[in-house]
Write a protein of this length. Structure first.
Lengths: 475, 578
């Protein structure tokens, strides 16, 4: 079943790229949405039929590259399930977003390949297989950014590619070392040395990104088309946090890395807060805010506790939904005005496009972590994990990070209030581009708003997976 | 359908349904003075569960009073708004946010789940942000809204941490389950100080007080709602409800007493010098809230909550009356008012009752509940509680001075608005013709005026403090009346007081002056410093490739020379080696 869940979007995606001349963009987007929905449904089937005894649901195990000991091992674990669910959901929404006459069918195809590769990463139980999927997602993303992006996108796309490829090289070396010390390439059998742990951490840190390895992100985000930004933020960054969760957090040598990880995460929260406060480009602002949210996740991972694990998973999923919504809203603005510059879009969106403005404000409020919306619980659990210190940090480090995180929350509020004040409020100056939400935008953003509110009001939906009793199966 | 949605009464009806449901739920709890066999989950030393938002509705008698006050005031505000803002093109979103505001307040007061409380607490902050910024076209409203949201939300981090500490200390996030028994409380100072941070922000106490007066650009009914029954009231409620967690901590209670003492006098003095009726009433709220915190600090939360309820009634009355005056003269500046008692009799009489209650005149509810607070402070002066005797005495004296100033400013505002001559007509400007507001606005005033008397039924009377506080209030009112009779214009505003002592400067100048350059530096560093290694890497690769490029010069002669030299070297090496 899990093979089918991956193969359907891959096959449809490649088909769309191959047959791009014979299809209308609208048709292709509907086809893509159908493929992602099928994949999502299959994942739900897999998870619903899970067996309490094993750690991975719907596991598949087949020989692959015998000499290396690499096997095609796929399955859904308690950690990867929320990630996979969120990826498939965002994939559907990206395809729905592309239901428009001016869509290129091959863009839909690339979106499908990217989503399917990310699903592949989240479903791999074998380290080498995970690495292959990890790399597989890169190239299509380069095309998406470089071909469908705004001015200067080629440069940003290449920067993105070089950064992540450099990170991947370190990651591969790390995996090889860890597999030599472990019994096989299966992720739970890897045994990292300190060197391997550092290399793997660096590899995923580029992707997450952790300050100071983050400079590719604002460029890539601001240049990418809307679906590209959404996929980058909601899905790609999660490859990094997921990797840290399954490779680094269980490692025996995490104690050597954790303090650096914690401080880098906490500094990232503050750093991005200050950077956002001075941004004029809305998409750059959202990109920097992502760095801050990933800081919370990294900080949580570095505590290596059950609460930290729940915080990291919840924070990742919530960030995917909230930042996805922010990028969709920013993308709608960019569609209308040709720019994401706050000054160029102008004031008074409440008066000019009330529904779009309300959606943007709601997304901003969710992103600044208002309790009752999805963004809050991940941050809260990170704070709690830091307060409890966890297994590997020392109290001074954890509580310093806690203090920085609190400062970061204050800054986050400040920059979003500033952005709302500059965009949504103010004397409206009408513009020819003013047009409220279209039906397609209502559907996509409505689905995300619903998900954010539901997850915000019922965090148990996700957190019940990580109540200390059910956590024993985590790899 | 569309016409129903446009109808103002839909939102009133929505609020009314909510109010009836709450009344059915809360009224039986009013007299219930104990709770039965409650099985707490968790316990000291256990790991608290991951957060959940199960509603866990439960009302204490005092919370029943507050929730009834909230729905009552909110219903009146909705009715009032149909006339006051019904013509506004954004009336619908306004009315809906009020409903959300009310639901959040009910969540804060009606639950034992600390997470639900936190959600309600912060959603209220969001709602007040949206409502204060309702007139977002104006710069004042934007600034006031942003300030209110920023200050309260940053202070709210105190509550988040307090909840975390409670969870780690008592092993549960349930308010009753965690409630410590006598002598068993732990981490009292930490919890107390964190709660204090949260309520200081929410209830606009010193030093985070300045957002409340700056929130005045919001529509007046909203001001009434925020000041009387929701937002700032939640701060007092929380401090009182959480008292068992820090009742043993002398540090936390002393800090609260100091904050309350500074704030009550400061607010009253600032109210005395204002030239704007609405802003004066806002400072009056700040001062009255401090009086309630003083009662909590004196370990008598019941007195504080009683005063909260009475204050809710008469302050809602005063703000809604202020709205009627603004409706009549078009501004809240005191200079535009005067002589309004004849054209606006209903507003005049109801606001007179409101001012009397504010000043603490017998037999309004304000008199009785302020009396209870003073009595509680007097009780704390024996030094048996956590508060030192000297602190309590100081607080009592400050409270009495505040009563004096309160009576003085209440009288001053009353005189300036309703007595004296109408403002002289400016040449060229058509003077507004003051007239009584429509019944949808005066009706709530009458209801609240009746409530201001009705709430005094059953209140305890402490004869000694009662006589003393009446004497102080009469002295305050008398002093102003005397000055008025002697022809004073009652405008006292020495320079430092008119600028409100510059206490706002840290928020308006210093912090922005710090954040802006830092953020610009961060952006510059991000571009020029952090980005050095990828660019350095790129230029290193460029250098190497150019170096290697030199070798491939497409010059055949040079290739041949290098080839020959290489062969020679190899031959020599080979010969020497063999």
């Amino acid at each position: 079943v899990i093979v089918a869940a991956l193969a359907v979007p891959f096959a449809i995606g490649l088909l769309l790229i191959a047959g791009r001349a014979h299809l209308s963009g609208r048709m292709a987007a509907w086809l893509g949405a159908a493929a992602m929905t099928a994949s999502l449904a299959l994942y739900v089937v897999i998870w619903a039929g899970r067996d309490a005894g094993t750690y991975a649901a719907g596991a598949v195990d087949a020989p692959w590259i015998e000499p290396l000991g690499a096997r095609l091992q796929l399955g859904v674990t308690v950690i990867s399930w929320p990630f996979a669910l969120m990826t498939a959901f965002i994939g559907i929404l990206c395809c729905l977003w592309l239901v428009a006459t001016d869509t290129a069918p091959s863009l839909v195809g690339l979106v499908l390949v990217i989503s399917a590769s990310a699903l592949g990463v989240f479903s791999s139980l074998d380290a080498l297989l995970l690495f292959v999927f990890f790399e597989l997602a890169l190239i299509p993303m380069w095309f998406v950014i470089a071909w469908w992006g705004s001015a200067g996108s080629r440069r940003a796309a290449t920067r993105f590619l070089l950064f992540t490829v450099a990170g991947s090289a370190l990651l591969l070396v790390g995996i090889v070392i860890a597999s030599l010390h472990g019994s096989s390439l299966e992720i739970i059998n890897l045994r990292t040395t300190t060197v391997a742990a550092v290399l793997i951490t660096l590899g995923f840190a580029v992707k997450t990104p952790i300050v100071p390895l983050h400079t590719w992100l604002p460029d890539a985000h601001s240049a990418a088309p809307t679906v590209g930004s959404v996929l980058l933020a909601a899905v790609f960054l999660k490859l990094g946090t997921y990797g840290l969760l399954v490779f680094v957090a269980p490692s025996d040598h995490v104690a050597d890395i954790a303090p650096y990880l914690a401080i880098a995460g906490a500094i990232g929260i503050v750093w991005s807060g200050f950077a956002c406060y001075a941004q004029d480009d809305l998409k750059r602002l959202i990109a920097y805010s992502s760095i801050g949210h990933m800081g919370f996740v990294v900080f949580a991972i570095s505590t290596r506790s059950e609460v930290g694990l729940a915080a990291a998973v919840f924070g990742s999923v919530a960030h995917g939904l909230v930042t996805g919504l922010l990028f969709f809203a920013a993308g709608s603005l960019k569609d209308r005005f040709g720019t994401a510059s706050i000054a160029a879009i102008g004031r008074g969106l409440y008066g000019r496009m009330p529904w779009l403005a309300v959606t943007l404000v709601l997304a901003a409020v969710a992103s600044l972590g208002l309790p009752g919306l999805a963004g809050f619980w991940g941050e809260l659990l990170s704070l709690r994990a830091a307060y409890e210190v966890g297994e590997v940090l020392t109290k001074p480090v954890a509580w310093t990070g806690l203090g920085l995180a609190l400062l970061g929350i204050a800054l986050t509020t400040a920059y979003f209030v500033r952005a709302i004040r500059l965009l949504a409020q103010g004397e409206p100056v009408p513009h020819v581009g003013d047009r409220d939400l279209g039906r397609r935008e209502v559907v996509v953003m409505g689905a995300l708003v619903l998900a954010i509110v539901v997850l915000g009001l019922a965090p148990q939906l996700l957190l019940d997976l990580y109540e200390p009793t059910s956590i024993a199966v985590a790899p | 359908m569309r016409s129903v949605l446009r109808s103002h009464w839909l939102y009133v009806a929505l609020t009314a349904v909510l109010a009836i449901v709450v009344a059915v739920w809360a009224v039986p709890d009013l007299r219930e003075r104990s709770w039965f066999a409650y099985a707490p989950g968790g316990g000291p030393g256990l790991t608290p569960p991951l957060p959940s938002l199960s509603p866990d509705l439960f009302l204490f008698p005092a919370s029943a009073q507050i929730v009834l006050l909230a729905v009552g005031v909110c219903l009146l505000v909705q009715i009032y708004s149909t006339a006051y803002l019904g013509h506004h093109r954004r009336y619908r979103s306004y009315a809906l946010v009020i409903v959300l505001f009310l639901v959040a307040m009910i969540a804060v007061v009606g639950t034992t789940n600390l997470w639900v409380l936190l959600v309600g607490w912060e959603v209220m902050g969001l709602c007040s942000y949206l409502l204060i910024g309702h007139e977002w076209e104006t710069g004042e409203a934007r600034a006031g809204a942003a300030k209110a949201f920023l200050v309260t939300r940053i202070a709210d981090l105190g509550l988040v941490l307090a909840i975390l500490v409670i969870g780690e200390t008592y092993g549960t996030y349930d308010l009753i389950g965690a409630l410590p028994f006598e002598g068993e409380a732990r981490n009292t100072t930490a919890i107390g100080l964190l709660v204090l941070v949260a309520v200081v922000g929410k209830s606009a106490q010193f030093p985070l007080h300045s957002w409340l007066p700056d929130a005045m650009p919001g529509p007046t009914p909203i001001t009434a709602l925020i000041h009387a029954a929701t937002m700032v009231a939640a701060g007092v409620y929380l401090a009182a409800r959480m008292l068992p967690f820090y009742a043993d901590s002398a540090i936390a209670l002393t800090a609260m007493a100091v904050v309350a003492g500074i704030t009550m006098l400061m607010g009253a003095v600032f109210a005395l010098v204002q030239t704007d009726l609405k802003r004066a009433l806002a400072w009056s709220t700040v001062s009255q809230l401090a009086l309630m915190f003083a009662a909590v600090a004196a370990s008598d939360p019941e007195a504080g909550l009683d005063h909260l309820v009475a204050h809710g009634a008469f302050k809602a009355l005063l703000f809604l009356g202020c709205g009627c005056l603004m409706h009549a003269v078009g501004t809240s500046a005191l200079s535009a008012m005067g002589g309004l008692r004849r054209p606006m009799p209903v507003t005049f009489w109801t606001m007179t009752i409101g001012f009397a209650a504010l000043a603490g005149i017998v037999p309004t509810a304000g008199f009785f509940t302020k009396d209870s607070v003073l009595h509680a402070l007097r009780g704390a002066t024996d030094g048996d509680g956590a508060l030192a005797s000297g602190t309590a005495w100081t607080l009592l004296v400050v409270a009495l001075v505040t009563s004096f100033v309160t009576a003085a400013y209440a009288t001053r505002l009353w005189l300036l608005a309703f007595f004296g001559p109408a403002p002289a007509e400016q040449p060229g400007v058509v003077a507004p013709d003051p007239h009584e507001a429509p019944w949808a606005m005066t009706g709530p005033l009458v209801v609240l005026a009746v409530a201001t008397f009705a709430l005094s039924i059953g209140q305890p009377l402490h004869l000694g403090t009662g006589v003393l506080s009446t004497a102080v209030a009469v002295a305050g009112a008398g002093a102003v009346l005397l000055a008025w009779r002697r022809g004073s214009a009652l405008s006292w505003a020495p320079a430092p007081l008119a600028g409100e002592l510059g206490l706002d400067r840290p928020f308006t100048h210093w912090i922005p002056a710090l954040v802006r350059p830092v953020s610009r530096t961060v952006v510059d560093l991000d571009r020029d410093a952090v980005d050095v290694y990828p660019r350095g890497g790129a230029s290193a690769v460029g250098l190497v490739s150019r170096g290697l490029g030199l070798v491939q010069s497409r010059d055949v002669q040079r290739y041949a020379t290098v080839l020959a030299a290489g062969v020679l070297v190899l031959v020599v090496v080979g010969v020497v080696a063999s």
